[in-house]
Design a protein around this ligand. Structure first.
Ligand SMILES: NC(=O)c1ccc[n+]([C@@H]2O[C@H](COP(=O)([O-])OP(=O)(O)OC[C@H]3O[C@@H](n4cnc5c(N)ncnc54)[C@H](O)[C@@H]3O)[C@@H](O)[C@H]2O)c1
Length: 388
């Protein structure tokens, strides 16, 4: 159980890039990072508008001298300080992730980067190699994977409770973009602009979350080939707002992934169903405290978070005991705890710890980039099967 006790001798000195006033995702990064005192927010380049960024930073308690006009200045100035930053968060629009993450690694910093890590598979490979060369951790905020019941699902698959895996059904299909929301929302505008969002809208924006959920719960399933069909239902939209993907896994299992912004009436619609030869499990992020477990020939069962019958690995991520409701903030906090432990182990050179410790890593981020590119390739060639 997590109860906020100190796990590191000193909190990691941490800065944010982006995540400023009015941003969608900055607040949850801060709530998650600061929850267990593993990180301390000491600096930032919070906004594309330097004045607004400074004002925001001061408002949330950051030293005015350490609210920088841009990330380059921040890296330069912080490097001169004895108490300079050790890790940085990249919470800016997609088109900036590659250059900022690269610059941060070159400055010797650990990085927590928003998804997608970058646009091109070659860039992702470069970042993965650079992180290795610089011996730095790059975590990617696939923020739904810190939920306890996801950990329980992973353990059930690992222990063979479902039998051999046959089918993985993944979806992240919401209805929030069923009309041209980009017309009056800056955050939606960049998401559908290929120059900022990259080669895809909905696959990169939400499909990668669903993919990583599948990868985390079923780590032994390697994609062999995929076929994708994608559409843009909203007139004038440059990138797809709906996509279906079929997946062949190397051991014969099959998968489907549906990413959508036009699933009217659905809030998030992120679900995963893993079907084995004996039983299935199903998890839905709008009911994150429950996991359905259905054994063929028996009544279906709903497992609850924080209960004694869960595996130890899931209970270890519990914060308030069963019955109370935990949600996205706890999931993110659990991930940030993992990022802190990984950074600390890296700094101490503890390879042994890192060997079996999972967190959404630069490799996982790179897999998301590869997935998006392969989907686009398949769809653009007329929805053909492409080798993975
Ligand atoms: N992990 C998740 O669940 C999740 C959810 C939402 C968004 N995201 C990702 O988070 C990122 C940000 O998304 P958002 O919805 O918060 O976007 P947003 O448009 O709401 O906010 C972006 C913020 O970054 C700032 N910014 C832009 N360029 C900058 C630069 N060069 N330097 C400093 N600050 C800069 C903006 O001023 C703003 O504060 C995206 O990559 C998005 O895909 C992830």
């Amino acid at each position: 159980m997590i109860n906020g006790e100190k796990i590191l001798n000193q909190p990691i000195r941490w800065a944010m890039i982006g995540g400023g006033r009015g941003s969608q995702i900055g607040y949850i990064h801060r709530c998650a990072a600061l929850r267990d005192s593993n990180f301390q927010l000491v600096a930032g380049a919070f906004d594309i508008d330097p004045e607004r960024g400074r004002d925001f930073g001061v408002n949330i308690g950051v030293d005015p001298e350490r609210c920088y006009k841009d990330y380059k200045t921040m890296f330069e100035e912080e490097a001169k300080r004895e108490d300079g930053i050790q890790a940085v968060d990249v919470a800016t629009p997609n088109g900036t992730h590659y250059e900022i993450t690269k610059a941060a690694l070159e400055a010797g910093l650990h990085v927590i980067c928003e998804k997608p890590l970058c646009f091109e598979t070659s860039q992702a490979e470069e970042l993965e190699a650079l992180a290795k060369e610089k011996n730095r951790i790059v975590g990617v905020t696939y923020g739904y994977t810190g939920h306890q019941m996801v950990q329980q699902a992973r353990e059930m698959v690992k222990r063979g409770d479902l039998g051999k895996i046959r089918i993985i059904q993944m979806q992240f299909a919401h209805g929030g973009c069923n009309v041209a929301t980009e017309a009056d929302s800056a955050a939606q505008k960049w998401r559908t602009d290929p120059k900022v969002a990259g080669p895809s809208f909905i696959l990169g924006d939400v499909g990668t979350h669903a993919l990583y959920l599948g990868e985390l719960i079923c780590p032994d399933q390697e994609i062999e080939s995929l076929l994708c069909t994608k559409q843009n239902f909203v007139e004038g939209r440059q990138l797809e707002d709906n996509a279906f993907v079929l997946l062949n896994y190397k051991d014969g299992a099959k998968g489907t992934l549906w990413a959508s912004g036009v699933n009217c009436g659905s809030m998030h619609g992120q679900k995963i169903r893993v079907i084995g030869e004996k039983a299935s499990i199903e998890w839905w992020n709008e009911r994150p405290n429950q996991l359905r477990y259905e054994v063929q020939g028996q009544p279906a069962c709903v497992m609850e978070r924080g209960t004694d019958y869960l595996y130890d690995e899931a209970l270890a991520d519990d914060r308030i005991g069963g019955g109370h409701v935990e949600g996205l903030f706890e999931s993110w906090a659990n991930l940030y705890r993992r990022f802190a432990l990984a950074m600390d182990a890296c700094d101490r050179g503890d390879e042994e710890f890192l060997k079996d410790f999972w967190y959404p890593s630069v490799h996982d981020g790179a897999q998301g980039v590869k997935f998006v590119n392969k989907c686009v390739e398949s769809a653009d060639e007329g929805s053909v099967w492409v080798e993975y």
